[in-house]
Design a protein around this ligand. Structure first.
Ligand code: FRU
Length: 546
């Protein structure tokens, strides 16, 4: 590795000296590894290669022992010389090195708090899922990614692909920040009829719509890929929507695009100001405004679902980032609500999105959300929730949306246990045999006398239902036919997260799982109530990473 170090002295306004440092590196390997120290301030790193746009990001380069290492994929620069520059001469600047392995690859995916069957990224921060799509035989998960720190910043579109919604292969960043801004949330479609004219090869062309977030501006852009999402080209005519003036707001983002078959149009649901606007396009490049509905914030989604599985009776669902939704009709231009705001999920799920272009013979509406869950002490942070299938079902209250884990999870079952008709004492005795740290636990519990019950996991409350206040882990949930006093729960447990699906997905929760207080595993606690455990099924879940 050849490099030279140059130190420039710059006089700052506060009359102190900051030393800008610069190195030239002849790139021969796939990754540049950077040491990070959380106590250092963020400063701008520049990677410059004469023929390409600078790669710029802020990073807390260490000046002592690094807390963890992050990396930038520099395979595009192999065989070239690049200049790297940083505004301060810290130790970490001189420790940046290239390698075909990321620093920490020896323990990758086996780290102590790495969830076993949920998607997390190798390094850095993630939030919203983006561009969820099935194309060319693969599921694509793009996501809001800060590759350079455990916290939100430098938004890129990270990328992972999977054949089965379970095992994800992490791929290079799909979208890097550019002169219009950082890469905020959006979605992707397969342009089957090549309406955009972007298709060049035999693969399905993928077109992504995203928000470029600049200083005080948010504009909508598109990019396309002819190599199965591995690389994207940004459209030269970007931005395709710049509606800031019309709405007099800086809040215009998160385009969800999809193909609306009856009208033959591309539709975009876009968050603008205080709600969701609908736009139309014939070619994904030119968009015309159609309508607006207020009452939503960020990350919209809009889709059609059969009611009770009947394809001749469908409704449309419109939701925003927090997962509150409306059911109604959609004629391709306007969404007309038939309900007030409803809610199917609470807790730490945010900005969920459903997949586009799921093969027709499958036909499911599959959703992944951002699981805003801290991963203590890890070089990565946050996670994706486990994919769920959304359905509309009739209830006594009317039609409601249900969400349940996709059936693919059964492929991950390890050892399984099943018991019927147990007292809590008997259940607790049996549950001692259960080992591991990733589970699915399904149960049917009845309150016999009293008003609540609780299941704990390693000394922390996992599930607490208060039948008097109708609270499930502190969130209001009235239950399904409460007068039966029978409760169904399906719980996924994975290191730092618990996802709880009540009454076959009628209501769900995404909760952080605190670190273990003891090693007792699952225990029913009765308090002053008497309960009966009618059924309990536990499956240990195998890691998707190895
Ligand atoms: C939601 C959100 C989006 C935005 C993105 C930025 O979590 O605020 O509205 O596009 O995150 O990371």
């Amino acid at each position: 590795m050849k490099f030279k170090t140059a130190i420039l002295f710059l006089l700052t306004s506060s009359a102190t000296f900051a030393q800008e440092v610069e190195r030239e590196i002849y790139i021969q390997k796939k990754y540049l590894n950077f040491p990070v120290q959380s106590s250092r301030k963020r400063q701008e790193m520049t990677l410059r290669q004469t023929k390409t746009e600078d790669r710029k990001f802020v990073i807390r380069l260490s000046d002592g022992k690094p807390d963890y290492w992050v990396f930038s994929d520099v395979s595009d620069f192999i065989g070239k010389r690049i200049q790297i520059a940083y505004p301060e001469d810290v130790k970490g600047f001189h420790e940046i090195y290239q390698s075909d392995e990321i620093n920490g690859s020896d323990s990758l995916y086996r780290e102590k708090n790495r969830p076993k069957f949920h998607f997390t990224t190798r390094r850095g921060w993630i939030n919203d899922p983006n561009g969820l799509l099935h194309a060319n035989g693969e599921y694509h998960l793009f996501y809001q990614h800060n590759p350079y720190e455990r916290s939100w910043e430098n938004m890129h579109w990270g990328h992972a692909a999977s054949k089965d919604l379970l095992h994800w292969a992490e791929l290079p960043e799909a979208l890097y920040p550019d002169t219009l801004g950082t890469m905020f949330s959006g979605s992707a479609v397969v342009d089957e009829r090549n309406t955009s004219g972007f298709k060049t090869g035999k693969n399905d062309v993928i077109v992504a719509a995203y928000t470029a977030h600049g200083r005080g501006t948010e504009v909508q852009c598109i990019a396309y890929s002819n190599d199965r999402g591995r690389t994207f080209t940004k459209y030269a005519g970007n931005p395709v929507i710049d509606s800031g003036e019309k709405w007099n707001t800086r809040n215009l983002r998160d385009p969800k695009i999809f193909h609306h078959r009856p009208s033959g149009k591309w539709v975009m649901a876009l968050f603008e100001k205080t709600g969701i606007s609908i736009y139309h396009s014939d070619n994904l490049k030119e968009w015309t405004y159609q309508s607006h509905i207020s009452g939503f914030w960020e990350c919209p989604d809009l889709f059609e679902l059969p009611v009770d599985g009947n394809p001749s009776n469908t409704k449309w669902v419109l939701y925003g980032a927090s997962g509150t939704y409306l059911i109604g009709t959609f004629d391709g231009k306007t969404f007309t609500p038939e309900t007030d705001k409803l809610c199917y999920v609470r807790g730490n799920l945010y900005a969920a999105q459903t997949f586009n272009h799921i093969p027709e013979k499958d036909g499911r509406r599959i959703q992944i959300g951002w699981g805003n869950i801290d991963q203590p002490g890890m070089p990565f942070n946050s996670m994706m929730t486990f994919p769920t299938e959304l359905t509309l079902r009739s209830t006594r209250e009317g039609v409601r949306m249900f969400s349940e884990p996709v059936r693919e999870i059964e492929q991950l079952y390890g050892k399984s246990y099943s018991w019927k008709n147990l007292t809590p004492e008997e259940a607790n005795r049996q549950l001692r045999a259960v080992g591991g740290d990733a589970f699915r636990i399904q149960m049917k519990v009845r309150i016999l006398d009293g008003a609540d019950f609780q299941l704990s996991y390693n000394g922390n409350s996992l599930l607490h239902y208060d039948m008097n206040r109708n609270n499930l882990n502190g969130e209001f949930y009235g239950g399904s036919r409460i007068e039966t006093l029978t409760f169904y729960y399906d719980v996924l447990i994975d290191k730092t997260v618990a996802e709880i699906f009540a009454d076959h997905g009628r209501f769900s929760l995404v909760n952080p799982l605190p670190s273990a207080k003891n090693g007792n595993g699952f225990e029913f606690r009765q308090g002053s109530s008497e309960i009966g455990i009618e059924e309990i099924h536990i499956h240990e879940i195998r890691s998707v990473w190895h």
